[in-house]
Design a protein around this ligand. Sequence first.
Ligand code: URA
Ligand code: SF4
Length: 194
Amino acid sequence: MEDLDKIAEEIRNCKKCPLHKNRKNAVPGEGDKKAEIMLIGEAPGRNEDEQGRPFVGAAGAFLNELLSIAGLSRERVFITNVVKCRPPGNRDPTQEEIDSCSPYLNRQIAVIRPKTIITLGRHSTSYIFRLAGRDFRSIMAVRGEFIKAKILGLDVRIMPTLHPAASLYNPAIRKFLVEDFSKLKKEEGLIDFL
Ligand code: URA
Ligand code: SF4
């Protein structure tokens, strides 16, 4: 039986692409192993590489805020990235790196079987759209939509949104992210009944 801890262990020892050379820690991802909602970013940054955990820097602090806007917490979702090791200087991952690394993400999706996949930014959106057999053009054209799709044999809803790192110095992007996560709360019925 495929197991998330085993996948994480393989990722920590992986040398399938050149990104293993500069990493301090690979970042397999973390959260609820039975999460209904999975969030997928691009690749680890400096803080994530230092700690071996996803979204722990400034973008992560904002992601925590967005999750709470949606009525969620990090414990209830599973957070990972398309590429599990940090690209030097936070450059974009190359197609070769994505091709080498994405089988790990596919295996994580197949084990977790999420109902909703939130893609953060254009790299992860374009990857998940490809799995779904959909064309990807621009993130602004699809952000905040709930798109029914079949990926890896699973029926899911994909909600693409912007990358929280892009919002740090851009209030307009921040506003879009808050809008999209507010919509997520409504769509998922994540209302707190007191
Ligand atoms: N940006 C990402 O895409 N992923 C992380 O884990 C951190 C920052
Ligand atoms: Fe392996 Fe992915 Fe890290 Fe490349 S980025 S070394 S494929 S875990």
